[in-house]
Design a protein around this ligand. Structure first.
Ligand code: PGA
Length: 240
């Protein structure tokens, strides 16, 4: 499978800025073979889907509710986003303070059963790394999230290793740290006979993406801050 480069805009941009981004990006990456996914805020999904139609850039949602429908004011269901995107980010660390691991697992099941690709984010916090608990945290997050998912359902799984201390800090994990965790994730996937891509996220920049992509078991990147600028994102795609 081709390398995967995902942009996560988080809560940035207006609709005109979103439009401008795609108008700039699409011509620059027209001949790229890598798989590219842009995850704008939910309110821009229809616009993003329309503007990227027929291009090689796919659209993802940053989140979704874990129930199919119901009395959940302000929430967005998988049925609502489905016509506008092909990927959904599940369990991003910026959402985990409001979501239990069981809710993350329910979202993963729902997204996969809807036929969409799921990008499951996992990663340890700084204090957990300092206490030597990284492997334990990764094992628990993976096991809880994947529970109840069949091997067939996991065909559209992507796992994103995002050490929480590396997100938005300008400090990305080094080769040894990334290598160890990606190897552990690969081992856990292999034991379930699941062939998912494992991508890295956390302060990825156009300057260091080449080095990150050369690491073993790294099949792509999830980019926050550096994905807000079309040229920077295109540079990441080209150097990855
Ligand atoms: P960052 O964010 O690239 O700004 O560190 C990554 C993410 O949160 O997915």
């Amino acid at each position: 499978m081709a390398g995967l480069v995902v942009a996560n805009w988080k809560m940035y941009k207006t609709s005109s800025e979103a439009k401008e981004f795609f108008e700039e990006l699409l011509p620059i990456v027209r001949d790229e073979q890598k798989e590219m996914v842009v995850c704008p805020p939910a309110v821009f999904l229809p616009l993003a889907a329309k503007i990227t139609l027929g291009s090689n850039v796919q659209i993802g949602s940053q989140n979704v509710h874990h129930e199919l429908q119901g009395q959940f004011t302000g929430e967005i269901s998988v049925q609502m986003i489905k016509e506008y995107c092909s990927y959904v980010i599940v369990g991003h660390s910026e959402r985990r303070p409001f979501e239990s691991e069981e809710v993350v697992a329910a979202k993963l099941r729902l997204v996969l059963s809807s036929g969409l690709w799921a990008i499951l984010c996992i990663g340890e916090r700084l204090e957990q790394r300092e206490l030597g608990e990284t492997a334990q945290v990764i094992r628990r997050q993976m096991t809880t999230a994947l529970e109840g998912c069949s091997k067939e359902a996991l065909a559209k799984l992507v796992v994103a290793y995002e050490p929480v201390w590396a997100i938005g800090t300008g400090v990305s994990a080094n080769a040894e740290q990334t290598g160890q965790v990606h190897a552990l994730i690969r081992e856990m996937l292999d034991s379930r006979f699941v062939k998912a891509r494992i991508i890295y996220g956390g302060s990825v920049t156009p300057e260091d993406v080449g080095q990150i992509m050369r690491m073993q078991n790294v099949d792509g990147v999830l980019v926050g801050g550096a994905s807000l600028n079309a040229n920077a994102f295109a540079e990441i795609v080209k150097s990855s």
